[in-house]
Design a protein around this ligand. Structure first.
Ligand SMILES: O=P(O)(O)OP(=O)(O)OP(=O)(O)OC[C@H]1O[C@@H](n2cnc3c(O)ncnc32)[C@H](O)[C@@H]1O
Ligand SMILES: [Mg+2]
Length: 169
C-alpha cells in the first residue's frame, strides 16, 4: 500500500511508522509538506480537525491513502486546552477522523497564544528547549515526559486505521 503523510515533522512521521508496526501494516510511507488551509495556530477543535483533513487531501494524489495530523488549541470554560486531530483519506474517497489527547495549558502559555503567538516557539521558551514540536511536544512538557508527541499521534493513527479496517471488512 502506498501511504503519504502530510508533514515532514519527525514527530508525525515517527507516529505513523510506529503505528504501522503496531498494526502490522506493510506500507510504503512517503512524506510531503502540506498546507493545512487553516491558521498557523489552529484555535478550535473544528479548525484543528479541518487542518488535518485538508493536509491529507492535499497530498493524496498518487497514493492509496494519506494521513494529516494537526495540533491546535481550544477554549473551554475559560481555560485553553491543547488538542490533536488526525485524518486518513483514501483514494476511494473515504475520510476517517480521530481526536487525541487533550490537556489544559498553563495560564501563562494561554495568555501568549491568545495574544497571537504560536504554541511551538512559546513551548520552547517555556521549557527552555528547542524544537519541542519535533519530538516530545507540548504534551511531553506538560506531562513530565509521561507521553510524547510521537506516542500521542501514534494513537490517533491507530484510531484512523482501525476505523478504515472496520469499514472495509
Ligand atoms: O510541520 P507541521 O506538520 O506543520 O507540524 P507543526 O509542528 O507545525 O504542528 P502543527 O502544524 O500540527 O500545529 C499547529 C501549530 O501549533 C503548534 N503546536 C501544535 N502542537 C504542538 C505541540 O505539541 N508542541 C509544540 N507546538 C505545537 C505548532 O507551533 C504549530 O505551529
Ligand atoms: Mg505547522
Amino acid at each position: 500500500m502506498k501511504l503519504c503523510v502530510a508533514s515532514t515533522n519527525p514527530a508525525k512521521i515517527g507516529a505513523v511508522t510506529s503505528a504501522l508496526e503496531k498494526l502490522t501494516v506493510q506500507a510504503e510511507v512517503n512524506q510531503q509538506e502540506a498546507q493545512s488551509g487553516v491558521s498557523a495556530q489552529p484555535f478550535s477543535i473544528e479548525e484543528t480537525k479541518a487542518g488535518a483533513i485538508n493536509r491529507a487531501h492535499h497530498v493524496l494524489a498518487g497514493f492509496d491513502a494519506a494521513i494529516g495530523l494537526e495540533g491546535g488549541v481550544f477554549e473551554l470554560d475559560g481555560t485553553l486546552y491543547l488538542c490533536n486531530w488526525g485524518a486518513l483519506v483514501t483514494s476511494t474517497g473515504a475520510v476517517y477522523v480521530a481526536g487525541g489527547a487533550q490537556v489544559p495549558l498553563p495560564a501563562e502559555i494561554a495568555t501568549l497564544l491568545r495574544a497571537g503567538e504560536e504554541l511551538g516557539p512559546v513551548m520552547d521558551r517555556y521549557a527552555q528547549e528547542t524544537g519541542i514540536r519535533h519530538h516530545k511536544g507540548a504534551i511531553g512538557i506538560l506531562t513530565a515526559g509521561k507521553l510524547n508527541r510521537v506516542e500521542l499521534f501514534s494513537q490517533i493513527v491507530v484510531l484512523l486505521f482501525g476505523q478504515w479496517q472496520a469499514n472495509s471488512d
